[in-house]
Every structure is written in C-alpha cells, then in structure tokens.
Design a protein around this ligand. Sequence first.
Ligand SMILES: O=C(O)C(=O)C[C@]1(C(=O)O)C=C[C@@H](O)C=C1
Length: 319
Amino acid sequence: MRYTFLGPTGTFTESALLTVPSAVVGERFPSNSVPAALNAVREGVADAAMVPIENSMEGGVTATLDSIALDNNLRIIQEVLVPITFVLVALPGTEIKDIKRISTHSHAWAQVRLWAEQRVPRAEYVPGQSTAGAAMGLLEDEKPGYDAAICAPAVAQAHPELVVLEENIEDNKQAVTRFVLVAKDPDIPAPTGADKTTLVVPLPEDRPGALLELLQQFSTSGVNLSRIESRPTGEFLGSYFFSIDADGHIYDARMRTALRGLHRVSPGIQFLGSYPRADFRKAEIDSIHSEDAFDSARDWVESLFPGGRPEQLRHHKHW
Ligand SMILES: O=C(O)C(=O)C[C@]1(C(=O)O)C=C[C@@H](O)C=C1
C-alpha cells in the first residue's frame, strides 16, 4: 500500500499516519497540501491519504471538507485523534524578544493565539503550508521571510540545528486534532458498534423549514450528530452544503432509514464513509430505534402485502 500525507516529514498528519500499522510497513510519501494529497488518491498515485479534518479549537478543516466533497469517489475508512502540543523554534542565536515574523500552519497559529499575544505581541504571522514545512524553511531556505516557526516537538528533536525557544505553547492543553484516512472506492469497514458516518448534504431549497426537515431525518431515525458545519458550495452567494458526522454505521437500520429520508429531502447527498470511531464510544440507542424495532416494523408492513412487494403492486392497473 502507498500512503500519502500532508507533509513534509514531521507534521502532525504524519504522526497520525504512523498510528496505522499497515502504513508503518508500507510506502509513505508527503504531499504539500491537503488537496494535493487527496488528488494523489483520486489519480491512483496513492492508495490512501491521511489528512486533518477537525480541530478541537478551530472546528472543521475547510481545505479537507471542501476537497473531499468535490466528487463521489473518495471515502473515509478510518479516523485518528492526535493530542497537539507546540514548540517555538528558531536558528541558534535568535532570542524571543527579537522575533519579528513567525510562520506555521494557520490552524497551529489559531491554537497559540493567546500565547502569541503575551509572548510575541509585535510578531507578524506568516502563513505556512504546514507546521513542519515552516520549521524546515528556517533550515533550508536562504531567506525564509520569517525568523521563527511553530511546530511539533518531534521536528525539533529530529533537527538539533533548530533551537527550542519555548515549549508547550498551545493555549489549550487538551487540544486534539482529528485526522481521517481517505481511499478511493474502498470496501466499507465492518461495523463495530462504535462507528461514525460522514455525509455532505446540500441545503435543498431556500425556503423556511428546509434545514429543520433535513435534521428531522436524523431525529426520527434516532441518529445522533457529532458535527455539523455549513460550507459555501462556491456556486453562488448563499448556496451552502452541510458537512455532517453522524453516530452509527450505514449497515445500521436507523442510519439507512435516515439516509433514505435525507435523499428524499436532498437528492444531492453524498456518502463519505462509515468507519470506526477512534474513541470507541458506542452510540446510545433507545428501544424504538433498535435493529429489532426496524426489522419488525419492516416485516409488519410487508406482511400487509401478501401478493407481492408494494413497489410492484403500485404499477398494477388495479392500484
Ligand atoms: O501542519 C501540520 O503539522 C498538520 O499536520 C496540519 C494541522 C491542521 O491542519 O490542523 C494538524 C494539526 C495541528 O492542529 C496543526 C496543523
């Protein structure tokens, strides 16, 4: 198997990938952006890509949410949670009081905002493609355009030429980033009882109640949502889709029922995968939404049509 990830070596995304045993023994190569990693999978250059999808401070990673939703070919097969801690690095001789410009990934910068206001209030932020990329720029670029970088401690450990000026600089010590492993037309991972399903649902019509109608499909089927975010489709101002994580697997009757309802309400719905939850938390299911309840409801309705399936009978001229 060939895996790609948001690189270069030393990103949090790479550490997420290294928790996947088959990736540790397989081939791995860095991509320089999330869309590039996902395109490598679309084009068959990689079998799977690890990309960040959700950050406990910043919410959804828009580059990933937008890029996965571009077509119907990519599916999430696994999620990984990585605790996040950052260090401030620079070349030897740099002092924190002299730092004028700092580079890192925009999500990392968002996670050290309070620290930056206190410790480097005059420093300007220079956006980087990744945390490790920003740190490597200090070593590899003749004129990187910044004098310090924020990255994972592992990058500093691997490069003793970098000096750690400050560590544990994240504003929230419980910060966690969620990553997903994405493949092209994969088999759906088997249900575990603690699963998640990711969906993209366009808001069907611009009218009162449209969003409520969409949410009702989850509610009446007994499906809990763990994330819902609206993103612009880019088609015209005010056109949005919802990126949704729902508790449960597509093999669960309640999830299938919700998906049928959602497809009626929003035919452009996309299924982005059902996969095991990284925290193993099982969905709480009340008795009216159990598999048995859905099975016996279906059997009961079908028993009312002893002459054949209702779909066939409807086309009969006596109907
Ligand atoms: O730049 C990296 O090291 C990444 O893996 C990206 C990323 C992100 O997109 O959120 C991952 C984890 C951290 O939250 C900061 C940056």
